[in-house]
Structure formats: C-alpha cells, structure tokens
Design a protein around this ligand. Structure first.
Ligand code: DGI
Ligand code: FE
Ligand code: FE
Ligand code: FE
Length: 187
C-alpha cells in the first residue's frame, strides 16, 4: 500500500463503518483495475478518497461546492449527492491531488455520467459492489463486472433508479443521462 499517509488522514475523518466501506472499495477497485487493465495504484487512491467528504454536514458541503459552481446542481436532487462533487474539490485542495481522472471519478461516483472513462467506471462499480454491500441484484453486478463493465454499469443504473423511484425520491438528471447512454448502446 503506497498511500499510507492518505489512508491515515482518511481514517481520522471517517466514522468506522464508512472507513471499512472505503477499505472494501479500495480492494474491489484494485481487483477491477487489474482485471480490466486500469492503473491499479491510481484506482486505489481514488477509492481511498472517494467518500472523503461524506461525514460533513450539508451546509458545509454546499459551502465547498458554492466556491466552484452553483450548489443547486446537486442539492436540489437530495443532500446525499453533495459529498461526491464537494469531495472532489476538497481532495484537490486538502491534498494537492490535481489529477483529472481522480477528480472526475470522485465527482461522479454517486450519479455516474454518460461516457465515463474505464477508470471512472471501475471506481463507480467498486463503490456499488464492495464486499460490505448487500442488496438485491448485487451478485449479478459482481459477476458482470468481471466480464463486461458496461453491462454491469447498466444494471447498476437500472437498480439505482428503480430504488429511487420505489422510495419516491428524485433522480438526478445525470443519473438519467447515464442510464440513457448505457441503454442506448444496446438500442
Ligand atoms: O456514499 P456511498 O453510500 O458509499 O454511495 P454513493 O455515493 O453511491 O451514494 C449512494 C446513495 O446515493 C444511495 O442512497 C442512492 C443515492 N443516489 C444515487 N443516485 C441518485 C441518488 N439519490 C438521488 N436523489 N438521485 C440520484 O440520481
Ligand atoms: Fe459516496
Ligand atoms: Fe455509488
Ligand atoms: Fe462510497
């Protein structure tokens, strides 16, 4: 593990379960990166940092985001979405990590987006399928992610949107765009 210093910082800010989730995402991201020929070191670092902003209160996340863009882009669709874009900016500022792939992977890790890079897909799927997660349909995604990243992504978007609709929650436009992009490849 080449990111011990970052890992200690992350361990200090995240509650125990969130930190354990992060370790699961790191392990899964490295495995997926290896399987699909993506930079393993970098995937591990992005995974380590992906939920860095998660414990912060909504007002703080809004304040961080507002320095860079209208917070309404995300806040209007539910507070849970803010930690991803805010986290991307925070990681850049706090650690001086200026890597567009890491930035984008963190920024879009909750909603996804159309035409993600393979690196972003690996982080997105690792977050969804790490060993600590368990929900209906997840085993299918885990199997698919080994052989067909785009098919795994489509099933993930479908599951997420169905879950949001069932809970009468709003769907972020980028989540819809990501789903349309993923299904469009098949139509
Ligand atoms: O931070 P994590 O819990 O590890 O995972 P995450 O960042 O992927 O967040 C998952 C949550 O985000 C889950 O409750 C579903 C929700 N979510 C995903 N897409 C959307 C969404 N919520 C809304 N309102 N709209 C979305 O498009
Ligand atoms: Fe997250
Ligand atoms: Fe996710
Ligand atoms: Fe996560």
């Amino acid at each position: 593990m080449a990111h011990e210093w970052f890992q200690e910082k992350v361990r200090q800010v995240l509650p125990k379960e969130r930190y354990n989730h992060t370790l699961g995402v790191m392990q899964t991201a490295v495995a997926l990166a290896k399987r699909h020929g993506v930079d393993q070191e970098k995937a591990e670092l992005a995974a380590l940092l992906h939920d860095y902003a998660k414990p912060l209160p909504k007002e703080e996340l809004v304040a961080v985001l507002k320095k860079h863009e209208p917070a309404e882009n995300f806040s209007e669709y539910g507070g849970v979405l803010l930690h991803a874009p805010a986290g991307a900016y925070m990681v850049e500022e706090a650690f001086g990590i200026e890597d567009t792939e890491i930035f984008s992977a963190i920024y879009w890790h909750t909603t996804g987006r159309p035409q993600m890079s393979l690196f972003e897909k690996v982080i997105f799927l690792a977050d969804y399928m790490e060993p600590g997660r368990s929900f209906p349909g997840l085993e299918e995604v885990r199997k698919l992610a080994e052989v067909d990243v785009d098919e795994a992504l489509l099933v993930t978007y479908t599951n997420t949107i169905q879950h949001l609709l069932a809970g009468k929650r709003m769907v972020h436009p980028m989540t819809v765009a990501a789903y349309n992009d993923a299904i469009g490849e098949k139509n």
